[in-house]
Design a protein around this ligand. Structure first.
Ligand code: FAD
Ligand code: HEM
Length: 395
């Protein structure tokens, strides 16, 4: 909890800090990467840095945390902290790196706000930073302990499956032949690859099904847009990685996991490559004998673009009481609908808990429709395949 004196100072300076966050983060990252180029090369996502999304995420979360401390001094924003801690833990961030971020963040704040940063103001924001940092460090330590510590483990690709023109599934086994730790459906691994220029870049991929007990599987969509460079890691995986190659993976992390007994009605909604964690969830529900109704909702460009379609439908078919609703923008076959996902005709059982994964506009629309149908906002959980700016705004 923030001390009373610091709370008053943070309250008074939050608008000025908030208004300068863009400039502060700009200076912070330039300063930090100038002093530690290895952090940009081998830890931070260069693509996110180029488009600025991660910059907004870090700054936005500190401002959101400060606001939360002021508005609810007795409650920790656990959802926000948990999501960041899982991401950090999967990346192998260490406690000493928090001092590096602190040094460059506070140099940036002083540089931008100038004389307004009196010793009193600096001390108050220092308290906010370390409250958040220490909460994250503690959560990350626990996550590592639960997994026997952080390490990059070498995994051999035992099979590569072409799912669609743009999506490939990689099935892997640990090179050391050791046991594979169980994961919770919905979780992801961080994958670290060495690129042609010597950089090592890390991305997260959701575990996408129920492979054998000694395997892991994830499915990657090749990111390509007309007006921007190709996605670095997804292209590397598609272009370079075949059966017999070795990748470095973290253990499984992520807080979008099904937290429900077999009598809880569920709705699992995905769009595009967001199908990956949802397919793993369906596999888990089929295995665990889920009894209550499960509504499966998916939207895609066309049936040919619907990755993991066979598994998606086969796991749903194994459930005691599942209904599947599919939307395709084009080539919708009989029994499916044309256009974007629209839950208007879909019955939603009272007490339903929902799990969503897909592009933000899709999740926003589905969330609104679910709330209109009586689903409690607290029962709607989601995963964003990138820095979560949505959460910082909601929490
Ligand atoms: C929890 C989680 C789970 C995920 N699960 C999956 C999954 O199961 N399957 C999956 O396919 N993906 C998944 N992702 C997304 C994945 O981690 C990567 O973000 C994705 O593969 C893109 O990475 P990339 O290296 O190919 O693209 P990047 O190189 O990171 O590029 C990302 C975007 O930035 C743009 N960009 C890059 N540089 C510039 C520049 N200089 N100027 C303008 N624009 C630029 C690119 O055009 C691209 O659109 C997940 C993400 C998270 C956080
Ligand atoms: C109090 C301090 C910190 C805060 C508030 C913070 C906040 C965040 C947030 C909000 C995200 C995005 C999470 C998501 O939604 O996916 C993130 C990701 C990340 N953080 Fe931190 N962070 C802190 C410290 C650190 C430190 C010390 C490091 C290491 C030097 C670090 C490295 C990263 C990296 C590499 C990512 C992933 C971003 C990417 O790949 O682009 N963070 N952090």
């Amino acid at each position: 909890m923030l001390s009373e004196q610091s709370a008053a100072t943070v309250r008074a300076t939050l608008p000025a800090v908030g208004a300068s966050l863009g400039e502060i983060t700009e200076r912070f990252y330039s300063g930090m990467f100038a002093a530690h180029p290895e952090l940009l090369r081998d830890l931070f996502n260069r693509g996110n840095q180029a488009v600025g999304t991660q910059r907004q995420a870090l700054a936005g979360s500190i401002a959101a945390f400060a606001t939360h401390l002021l508005d609810h001094p007795d409650r920790r924003p656990d959802a926000m902290l948990g999501r960041i801690a899982h991401k950090h833990a999967s990346l192998g961030i260490t406690p000493d790196q928090y001092a590096i971020v602190h040094e460059h963040l506070f140099a940036a704040i002083a540089g931008v706000l100038g004389e307004a940063v009196t010793p009193e103001v600096a001390a108050a924001w220092d308290e906010v930073y370390w409250l958040m940092a220490n909460a994250l460090i503690a959560l990350e330590k626990r996550l590592h302990e639960e997994r026997g510590g952080h390490r990059w483990r070498a995994w051999e690709v035992v099979e590569r499956i072409t799912e669609t023109a743009d999506v490939a599934t990689f099935r892997l086994r640990p090179v050391d032949g050791g046991p594979v730790r169980a994961f919770r459906a919905g979780q992801y691994v961080s994958v670290r690859v060495a690129l042609a220029d010597g950089a090592r870049q890390i991305r997260q991929y959701s575990l996408s099904g129920a492979p054998g007990p000694d395997e892991r599987q994830f499915s990657v969509k090749r990111v390509r847009e007309e007006s921007a460079p190709d996605g670095e890691v997804s292209h590397h995986l598609h272009a370079q990685v075949r059966a017999g190659d070795v990748l470095e993976l973290s253990e499984a992390y992520g807080d979008l996991v099904i937290d429900a007994d077999t009598d809880t009605p569920l709705l699992l909604a995905s769009a595009g490559i967001g199908v990956t964690p949802i397919t793993a969830m369906l596999a888990h529900l089929a295995e665990s004998g889920h009894r209550a109704p499960v509504t499966v909702v998916h939207g895609d460009r066309s049936p040919a673009d619907h990755a993991l379609r066979t598994d998606h439908e086969a796991f749903a078919a194994k459930l005691a009481d599942a209904t599947v609703h599919l939307w395709y923008e084009q080539d919708a076959p009989a029994g499916t609908r044309t256009g974007y996902v629209d839950l208007t005709p879909v019955p939603v059982v009272p007490g339903t808990r929902a799990y969503l994964c897909g592009p933000l506009p899709f999740m926003r629309a589905v969330r609104e429709q679910l709330i209109a149908k009586g689903v409690a906002p607290a029962d709607i959980h989601y995963e964003v395949f990138g820095p979560d700016l949505w959460l910082a705004k909601q929490d």
